[in-house]
Design a protein around this ligand. Sequence first.
Ligand code: SAM
Length: 282
Amino acid sequence: MTDHQNISLDWMSSEGSELRPPADLRPEIPHPARMYDYYLGGKDNFPADREAAERVMALGPVVRISARANRAFLQRAVRHLSELGVKQFLDIGTGIPTAGNTHEIAQRVHPDAKVVYLDNDPIVLVHSRALLAAGHGTAVVVDGDLRRPAAILDDPEVRRAIDFGQPVALLLCAVLHFVDDAEDPHGIVRQLVDALPSGSYLALSHGTSEFLPPADRGRGAAVYRTASARLTPRDREQVLRFFDGLELLEPGLVTAPFWRPDQEARGAETTAAIWAGVARKP
Ligand SMILES: C[S@@+](CC[C@H](N)C(=O)[O-])C[C@H]1O[C@@H](n2cnc3c(N)ncnc32)[C@H](O)[C@@H]1O
């Protein structure tokens, strides 16, 4: 159990009571944020999320390994960028808070670091706000959608928190695979990166099915077709294109456990099905 799981949201633990959640969480539909929470061993999920997550996990240990490796990549990337002097983070597709959130890692290095969390799932917004209200650090929580980059860049809360004249770290971790090809994910990333000054960074991770046996490659996406967002795994070449015009930091685009590991990646960990990289805008 993480520290933050001690923050109780009364409506969630009050089965059968009159308490109502502060937003329409649509518990009957699996949501990616809650499925991810389940993969990570969290408790902020409903039966429909767990049932869908179990169907994805039938693919094998790779699912939980990838979720954990992705989260660990996000944390190492935030720490590394903070150590490079970055003090502003725009974390899009934040996820439900768990141990080691972006603002905690960034503010350990720079107590005045600014962090904006932006997500389109009400459960993420509710939990993130509860965490901050309980005194666990400072950040801004914004209800927004990655598929509307212009609205993100114009959002008054985003603009108040982030100085677009100073370097920004844009975090797009395990979120772009929830944007269909028809929604132009590469164009979305370009539009966001174009708004950042030189010396800014993009930290990005993305699920892939290319290491699965061919017969299994469509199975994860089939489960997410019943969820609130569809899943589009992409291969290394497609993910690499998100970094067009940017300078990839060493070691380049690698599977998550191999991005500047704290200790050598070993055993099962090396099978993570998630590409990860960090790049600088020249
Ligand atoms: C797998 S979680 C990743 C969480 C976190 N970034 C991490 O890497 O640990 C994906 C998150 O993206 C959010 N998400 C999915 N589609 C989105 C969209 N179009 N706009 C904003 N957030 C989105 C989900 O609600 C969920 O919280």
